[in-house]
Ligand binder design. Sequence first.
Ligand code: NDP
Ligand code: PYR
Ligand code: MG
Length: 414
Amino acid sequence: MTDFRQQALDYHAKPVPGKISIELTKPAETSKDLALAYSPGVAEPVRAIAENPDDVYRYTAKGNMVAVISNGTAILGLGNLGPLASKPVMEGKALLFKRFAGLDSIDIEVKHRTTQDFINTVANIADTFGGINLEDIKAPECFEIEQALIERCDIPVFHDDQHGTAIVTAAGLLNALEIRNKSLEDAKIVCMGAGAAAIACMELLIKCGAQRENIYMLDSKGVIHTRRDDLNQYKQLFANNTDKRTLQEVIEGADIFVGVSGPDLFGAEDLRLMAENPVVFACSNPDPEIRPELALATRSDVIMATGRSDYPNQVNNVLCFPFMFRGALDVRASAINDEMKLAAVEAIRQLAKEPVSAEVVKAAGAEKLEFGPEYIIPKPIDPRLCARVAKAVAEAAVASGVARIDLPANYMQS
Ligand SMILES: NC(=O)C1=CN([C@@H]2O[C@H](COP(=O)(O)OP(=O)(O)OC[C@H]3O[C@@H](n4cnc5c(N)ncnc54)[C@H](OP(=O)(O)O)[C@@H]3O)[C@@H](O)[C@H]2O)C=CC1
Ligand SMILES: CC(=O)C(=O)O
Ligand SMILES: [Mg+2]
């Protein structure tokens, strides 16, 4: 067993199994404490909430609580390994919610027969939480699930692999292109993968200025083109009217490669075919479509990013989802809309251009972090992310009319 593998297993096993626990926020030492916390005192908030449902935010933990919900059908890039095996990832997302945004979070792994069963299960428990983060649910079911839950729930429902990934990818790409003096409007883009992350990333890039006809998307059967008759409705939106059928054909002259598919699917020969100063986001986890070592040995002009913490330029939805929910919950947003997503893109992107503190540089294990090819996007450990992204998101929620309360006074002013 490799040293790192054993370290990862030990980290999860010791000193207690798993990564999260629940702690109390009120004293529960004396009989008086218990009389307030439980019977008879607990009856008072029960009556208050029955009379005025909004009081649930006043008297319970709902307003600071996010459920991380999965069925384990697309666990990272490991595939459909089922709900139980997805639990370490979901506990990991809960850890990140708490660590980076102070949000309480609990993982829920759902075993189900039909898509409708899954939707019903989540919709029926949704009132417990302030928000629902859907995670690692494969396409195309994820699209139907998210849409149905958005319609049935009055709290934010956000499929992280779609929109969290898309927001961070857009922020990173816009910065990478700026560094290379290229524009998204003119960029030729190859997207490997046509699932949850891929479809959402490309849709958001189009909202940021990319041209749909400049996007070549591939699934496990090759290029998605207009003559294929095996495309679901989501892939059809990316069917390119082209004679090109293979990765090698579409990658020639491409400015951008986005990989949200699986490990080692993009080779050195493919990278050599790209345009000058290419941008490669190999985002599959844990193993990227191409290793940074190989990419950088193949071409010195490449801007390279992965989804991993152990290389420069981590393009990973952790840069978004904790702060997206922080902002949304703090103004009790009923949903997460495009205005909030675009506000997050801009906030993440602009922070990368500011000087970084010595503590963050040290914690990142870097010698320096300055806006450029090896630092296109902030580090998740940068404490300014929470304030910047949550504030931008909360303000956008208020401006776009989905907030149910105003921004708290002096919100996120440090
Ligand atoms: N860095 C980050 O923040 C994130 C990274 N990801 C990564 O993206 C990947 C996909 O996740 P997600 O979208 O949720 O999963 P989905 O299951 O929804 O999609 C997977 C897609 O990959 C495609 N694919 C599989 N093999 C190949 C291949 N050989 N060539 C081209 N395409 C292929 C599938 O094709 P088909 O449709 O034919 O089955 C499918 O379209 C994972 O590796 C995941 O770790 C995801 C979210 C966030
Ligand atoms: C990062 C993430 O959510 C994924 O790889 O699925
Ligand atoms: Mg995921």
